[in-house]
Design a binder for this molecule. Structure first.
Ligand SMILES: Nc1ncnc2c1ncn2[C@@H]1O[C@H](COP(=O)(O)OP(=O)(O)OP(=O)(O)O)[C@@H](O)[C@H]1O
Ligand SMILES: [Mg+2]
Length: 298
């Protein structure tokens, strides 16, 4: 018992351990009473049985809590390492460019506006990383509140495709759609918009110029299915299992210097699952990938 409490302390999570202890106060008190009975040599077999069961319950609970704490600690460390690493580059760029602007009064207008543009893009990059980090930590702690409404998913797809086209045009990548007729289905349009954005931005990010991305929607066995199909590098079979985990930057790297944190697919998996849906990918190495999600019609 003492050893287990020390483990909790070692985990440096006093808040959780004290909460657990509060919940178990009665059981601990009961065990103390039983110890007293044993000391007074008045214990019966049933007293021993009760105390054994109580101790077993407590141990199981503490072992489970310790495993969860270890997992949370690992995730927290990954977060910190990632944040330090991925935020340092854009922050360094912002510092350097702003210092040039501050110290060099002879910079011509064109160079000045180029530096300001670089500062803007580095700040946007940082904001996107911070938003992803906040999202995943909120989702990990079980705070995913969906604002579900009956709506037309094709409309959302068209809207997100338009946003994607602004970026894909710069890389000379074409986005086409093949949308089937869909009934209105319940979904959170901001959250599913995030899923589409990630699929589409990945397809653009990891594909080369001159390729085509096709977005399809259809009804499949009582579910609405949305697919984003690209002609990018494809995904090696041994990486498929890792794709939807946190901080997974795999062998496909951005073809146009875009940011890559490895959080997008982990976030969208949680969003699709919160809709009671399914997420997946089919891919042929060297030919392309099709990411899809399905959500129930009702
Ligand atoms: N369409 C795709 N084609 C090939 N590889 C892909 C594709 N989409 C994702 N990947 C691989 O999976 C990894 C994880 O994707 P994910 O969307 O989670 O992160 P990211 O795009 O690298 O960063 P973020 O989405 O956080 O900005 C990518 O780094 C890439 O290696
Ligand atoms: Mg992504």
């Amino acid at each position: 018992m003492l050893e287990l409490m020390e483990c909790q302390t070692l985990n440096n999570n006093f808040e959780i351990s004290s909460l657990m202890l509060q919940g178990d106060k009665d059981r601990v008190r009961h065990i103390n009473d039983l110890i007293q009975i044993v000391l007074e040599q008045k214990a019966t077999i049933s007293d021993y049985k009760i105390s054994e069961q109580l101790l077993k319950d407590l141990i199981t609970k503490y072992v489970k809590a310790e495993t969860e704490l270890k997992k949370l600690n690992e995730l927290k460390n990954k977060f910190l390492g990632m944040a330090a690493h991925d935020l340092r580059n854009p922050l360094g760029a912002i510092l350097n460019y702003s210092q040039f602007l501050k110290e060099d009064e002879d910079l011509d207008a064109e160079t000045q506006s180029e530096f300001i543009e670089n500062i803007y893009s580095a700040s946007s990059n940082m904001l996107a990383i911070l938003n992803d980090l906040l999202d995943i930590s909120q989702i990990e702690s079980g705070k995913i509140n969906l604002k579900v409404k009956l709506d037309n998913l094709n409309q959302l797809i068209c809207h997100r495709v338009k946003l994607g086209q602004v970026i894909s045009q710069n890389k000379e990548i074409e986005i086409t759609t093949q949308l089937g007729e869909l009934p209105e289905v319940p979904f959170d349009s901001d959250r599913l918009g995030q899923v589409l954005d990630n699929f589409i931005s990945n397809a653009i990010k990891f594909s080369s110029s001159g390729t085509v991305i096709q977005i399809r929607s259809s009804i499949h066995k009582g579910k609405v299915k949305v697919e984003v199909c690209d002609q990018g590098p494809g995904i090696p079979e041994e990486e498929i299992g890792k794709l939807f985990g946190e901080f997974q930057k795999l062998s496909a790297r951005p073809t146009g210097g875009e940011k890559s944190t490895g959080l997008g697919l982990a976030i969208v998996k949680k969003i699709v699952e919160a809709h009671n849906g399914e997420i997946g990918v089919e891919s042929i190495l060297g030919q392309g990938s099709t990411f899809f999600f399905k959500i129930p019609i009702k």
